[in-house]
Design a protein around this ligand. Structure first.
Ligand SMILES: Cc1cc2nc3c(=O)[nH]c(=O)nc-3n(C[C@H](O)[C@H](O)[C@H](O)COP(=O)(O)O)c2cc1C
Ligand SMILES: CCCCCCC(=O)C(=O)O
Length: 356
């Protein structure tokens, strides 16, 4: 196999390896997949204004997030069921990642992932109707040394994922959400023609009444910082911070929830302005290159997360594959910092963009 030099090449190699149903679950968006496409297009539209005559001999990609030093500002987004693409699942990803947000639907236990992790772990939560599921996950994350919680708020129900519905997609029997009561997850394994099992599951098990008071309740349950994921507006950033959130993740769930929602990088400046340094602002959705990372940082992101790219690396070559994808992005980011005359992340600001 030729060396894979870009994230796009890992994507193509992963597509060749994965069964079509699994590929469609991962690759797909909701509705007409307009937001899915917009996430990529929006980055492509942001041209860079490089500076010259700057000493770039010692580029430094490191940054601090919630008091922890990271080698790069790139982490892995919460993505369910890594064992769909590799038998080691999240344990392999955790070994490879500098920083990982573990999904509530991880296919390895929180403790197994913590024992393997090379960097800080955060735990993502869905708002289950059975609140004891949420509370149990919080207790286990605390005990296993996770450093933050991420409450996903863009999923009162799963979006209209037509690729999943067309295939009657369900989670294969041997792959389970290892940290959630099997009874809660049972129907995710039931395949029905014309229906996504995850959409059905979300309607049955997620509580769509989630509101600001619930966020405040969650924050009161724990000393861990709670970040809110799925924020695309200044109003919701304000609301999240006012009810105890320590920060936000600007995200449209990789184009998998409201189709037609704004591209996440296009929502970033508004949200970062509203947060105004009161906590970290992370971004995910469409980050595929080091220059995308730089663009997001220029618009106010503290760090970025990649979702599908980590799975592509994992599918191609397990732990080394996931590491290679993150290394490609880091190497591209370093090149971009050197070539744009911004050798430190603290030098990156809106002046880097032609149309900030
Ligand atoms: C297959 C798949 C599963 C996902 N599972 C979760 C999840 O369990 N929890 C969550 O908050 N977001 C989930 N997401 C959304 C990601 O956290 C993230 O927002 C998105 O993938 C970022 O876009 P990108 O894939 O373009 O990098 C999932 C995304 C994909 C593609
Ligand atoms: C209860 C909702 C199931 C969602 C599965 C993981 C996810 O977020 C996704 O985008 O897929």
């Amino acid at each position: 196999m030729d060396a894979l030099l870009t994230v796009a090449e890992y994507e193509a190699a992963a597509r060749d390896r994965l069964p079509a149903g699994i590929w469609d679950y991962i690759a797909g968006g909701s509705g007409q997949e307009r937001t899915l496409a917009a996430n990529l297009d929006a980055f492509a539209r942001l041209a860079l204004r490089p500076r010259c005559l700057v000493d770039v001999s010692r580029p430094d990609l490191s940054t601090e997030l919630l008091g922890v030093r990271l080698r790069t500002p790139v982490g892995v987004a919460p993505v369910a069921y890594h064992r769909l693409v590799h038998p080691e699942g999240e344990v392999a990803t955790a070994r490879a990642a500098g920083f990982l947000v573990v999904s509530a639907f991880a296919s390895r236990t929180l403790e197994e992932i913590a024992a393997a992790a090379a960097g800080p772990l955060w735990l993502q939560l869905y708002w289950f109707r059975r609140r004891e599921v949420v509370a149990g996950l919080v207790r286990r994350a605390e005990a296993a040394g996770y450093r933050a919680l991420v409450l996903t708020v863009d999923t009162p129900r799963v979006g209209r994922r037509l690729r999943e519905a067309r295939r009657g997609f369900a989670i294969p029997a041997g792959i389970v959400a290892a940290n959630v009561d099997a009874a809660v997850m049972a129907r995710t394994h039931e395949a029905v023609d014309g229906e996504s099992a995850l959409v059905r599951h979300s309607r049955e098990q997620l509580d769509p009444s989630l509101g600001p008071a619930d966020l405040a309740w969650l924050c009161a349950q724990t000393d861990l910082p709670v970040l809110v994921k799925g924020v695309l507006t200044a109003e919701d950033a304000e609301l999240a911070l006012a009810h105890g959130a320590a920060g936000v993740v600007v995200s449209n769930h990789g184009g998998r929830q409201l189709d037609g929602a704004v591209a996440s990088v296009d929502a970033l400046a508004e949200v970062a302005a509203a947060v105004a340094g009161r906590g970290p602002v992370l971004l995910d959705g469409g980050v595929r290159t080091g220059t995308d990372v730089l663009r997001a940082l220029a618009l106010g992101a503290s760090a970025v997360l990649v979702g599908r790219p980590a799975l592509w690396g994992l599918a191609v070559d397990g732990e080394p594959g996931a590491r290679a994808v993150l290394d490609v992005i880091a190497a591209e980011l370093e090149d971009a910092m050197v070539l744009s005359g911004r050798p430190r992340l603290s030098d990156v600001d809106p002046s880097l963009l032609a149309r900030p």
